[in-house]
Design a protein around this ligand. Structure first.
Ligand code: AMP
Length: 604
């Protein structure tokens, strides 16, 4: 398959075309403080973006310069990103939850010249590392007014005013910049976890997004009349690609990045589609099931019956078989009494959900399917601007991630690794030629680090992972090795540590303690003479280790923190198959052999 020609040469042009085609149509819907939602048209968005783009030019931002955004998912994030695009610059994305040292690294590594910062909390991280940020000339504050009156931090209103002033003298400044952008120019630098713990900047060109927009338009998925609910972090490629799809297709997006508001908001906004990491579906499922279980009695019995009817119908549908009349009648009743109420929790109008970023458990997908809720799983990574393969409305298979996007080639290497080639593959890791050469081969294929297979009908299934990174069910990457190394460095008693969390909603650790060191501690703490096994099981030793884990956690990003741990009563050994002969941890074997202990850390 060959690459499709992208519709527009740049994101800015795609946006410009959308504003012209749909000026009076609703582009975004944003929450107000009184709980209502305000509609914003493409035309209004175009004006705001134009002012801020001119403001950036007035600040001295040149074509190709990097401008960073440190903010949660909200309308202003999108406007800032589009303004950066229209100024011919490139966006560096930073999660608002990223700790100050990593923020400083990302901004310095990317050479970002201007930073949009959500509030003073974000600005404080910048001030704390200002010495390391000589390139950052101006910080633009989205909310509130700067605490220090030092000209380094200006408000977004100031930026718009500078833009307005520039437009009076140079009315074509922004249009000229847009005309100058070519498809290979850098659009976005997204930082992703490296196995060493240092984030790597993924360089995505303009055509990565225009291709994604174009390819997603060709699928049997989103329509112009859809209402998307968007909460995913826009610092991540999965969130970003939804914006590209929106520009290309023209649907409306309700934006609110507050994760705790998703269910409540969905009932009000009543979207027709939403993308999420599997964690959200796990949570929704758990909430529904535990509520019903707590009620017990006839309600629970009815629920169980309705779900079993739903499951029978779902299995038949998935097998392409007819639903017999009696079952269809039962299903109508089950739907009216129970299943429709599950759908009503999401507003009742959802045509489909998209799950991506981490593996969706097939059981969960089946459970929702039985309730008439379609979750279409997709697959991709930051290095290919997120969209690699996806299930579609008219062709989906649970347990797979669907077919490659039109214009994306996927092949499986001899060792099972998924290789991917498309116009949206990154041009490389920023300033990391060796790592780029490892990820991109001479034929332009991206080596994904994932293991997979293509079935006879062309559906891709992700079965395993080659890279030494795992993902939580929230879709956050964790590099276990650096965390383990740091724990060993912080705590003199820990001899081995295995951080776990693949597909789980938080990280935990299996630890072993050095018997000699612990004996010494016990002697000084009134526990002399106890056996090692007895000591590691004691609350005193647990508290001792907890103190060190807390110390480590304070230095980690939130999603990397070790929420619980278990101390084994013996060391991991080569003989037990837990270590390689060179004493490296066999991560998967350790997890398999200690499955019960790990599972216990996830029981509430
Ligand atoms: P990121 O760059 O953060 O988007 O992470 C990309 C990685 O997430 C992929 O290389 C996979 O390891 C994982 N991933 C994304 N989608 C899926 C999926 N549907 N099933 C399993 N793993 C996935």
């Amino acid at each position: 398959m060959t690459a499709t020609a992208s519709a527009a040469p740049s994101v800015a042009r795609m946006f410009h075309d959308r504003v012209h085609a749909s000026a009076d149509r609703e582009a975004f819907r944003v929450p107000e403080s009184d709980g209502t939602w305000r509609a914003i048209t493409w035309g209004e968005t175009g004006e705001r973006v134009g002012r801020l783009a001119a403001g950036l030019i007035a600040l001295g931002v040149e074509a190709g310069d990097r401008v960073a955004i440190m903010a949660g998912t909200r309308y202003e994030w999108i406007v800032a990103d589009l303004a950066i695009m229209c100024a011919g610059a490139a966006t560096t994305t930073v999660y608002p939850t990223t700790g100050a040292p990593d923020v400083a690294f990302i901004l310095a590594d990317s050479g970002s010249r201007v930073v949009f910062a959500e509030d003073e909390t974000q600005v404080a991280k910048l001030r704390a590392h200002r010495d390391e940020l000589p390139d950052v000339g101006v910080v633009v504050l989205l909310d509130g007014t700067p605490e220090d009156d030092d000209d380094w931090v200006i408000t977004v209103t100031d930026l718009a005013a500078r833009g307005r002033a520039l437009t009076e003298t140079s009315p074509d400044a922004v249009a000229d910049r847009i005309d100058g952008i070519s498809p290979d120019d850098l659009a976005t630098l997204i930082y992703t976890s490296g196995t060493t713990g240092r984030p790597k900047g993924v360089r995505l060109p303009q055509k990565a997004w225009t291709y994604q927009g174009d390819a997603l338009t060709k699928l049997d998925l989103c329509r112009p009349d859809d209402l998307q609910y968007l909460w995913l972090p826009l610092a991540h490629s999965f969130g970003k690609v939804l914006l590209a799809a929106q520009l290309a297709i023209g649907f409306t997006t309700a934006v609110d990045g507050r994760v705790d508001r998703i269910v409540e908001n969905m009932a009000v906004v009543r979207p027709t589609m939403m993308a999420a990491a599997p964690r959200i579906f796990e949570k929704a499922h758990a909430r529904i099931v535990t509520t019903i279980a707590a009620e017990g009695g006839p309600k629970a019995t009815l629920f169980t019956w309705a779900m079993s009817v739903g499951r029978k119908v779902s299995d038949l549908k998935l097998a392409g078989r007819r639903v017999p009349p009696l079952l269809a009648a039962q299903h109508r009743l089950a739907d009216a009494l129970v299943l429709s109420k599950i759908r009503a929790r999401f507003g009742g109008r959802v045509r489909f959900f998209i799950s991506g970023s981490a593996a969706l458990a097939p059981d969960l997908a089946h459970w929702f399917h039985a309730a008439g809720v379609l979750i279409l799983e997709g697959y991709g990574m930051t290095e290919n601007a997120a969209g690699g393969a996806v299930n579609e409305l008219s062709r989906y298979r649970i347990g797979t991630v669907g077919h490659p996007l039109p214009g994306t080639e996927i092949t499986i290497a001899d060792d099972g690794e998924v290789l991917l080639r498309s116009p949206s593959v990154m041009t490389g890791y920023h300033n990391l030629p060796d790592q780029t050469a490892e990820a991109l081969d001479a034929d332009g294929f991206l080596h994904t680090g994932d293991i997979g297979e293509l079935d006879a009908d062309g559906y891709l299934k992700i079965t395993d992972r080659k890279k030494d990174l795992f993902k939580t069910s929230g879709g956050k990457y964790v590099a276990p090795q650096p965390i383990e190394g740091r724990l060993l460095a912080v705590c003199p008693y820990v001899s081995q540590a295995v951080v776990h969390g693949d597909g789980r909603n938080y990280c935990t650790a299996l630890l072993t303690l050095d018997a000699d060191a612990l004996r010494g501690w016990a002697a000084n703490n009134g526990l002399a003479g106890r056996e090692h096994a007895e000591l590691v099981a004691s609350p005193e030793v647990h508290a001792l280790v907890q103190g060190y884990v807390d110390e480590l956690n304070a230095k980690l990003n939130r999603w990397e923190t070790i929420k619980k741990f278990t101390i084994l009563d013996r060391e991991l050994t080569v003989d037990d198959g837990e270590l390689t002969p060179s004493m490296k941890i066999r991560r998967k074997d350790v997890e398999r052999l200690h499955r019960d202990a790990l599972d216990a850390l996830y029981e509430s």
